[in-house]
Design a protein around this ligand. Sequence first.
Ligand SMILES: [Cu+2]
Length: 127
Amino acid sequence: MNPFLRKIAPACLLGVCAAAGFGVAAWADGAAATRHARLIKVSARRFVFSPDHLTIKKGETVDIELSTADVLMGFSVPDLNARSDIPPGQVMHLKLTPDKVGTFVFLCDIFCGSGHENMSGSITVTE
Ligand SMILES: [Cu+2]
């Protein structure tokens, strides 16, 4: 290798590495941005969800964070094809992107005791 190349090669290598590193960082930020969803925390306990009413925009992606204060519950929104178990001691995440406007019922779909049948709430999807 000629002496000039030998001198600049490490600098070029550093430059390439820096550019590649920058590219990876930018890509990671982009990926984080596409994963971004509004967080809505919903906690369940016998026999209520809190909050029991959510408002979401059509096409908006929300991350519904589900937890239970006592026993195994279910969170089901049949009209929006979304559901999740809510095991005690765990935090569950349900991503939801409603594609239609209206008010839709959510309910507990795992029997959790007397009163379970009244355990419900609603999601209003606005334009
Ligand atoms: Cu239940």
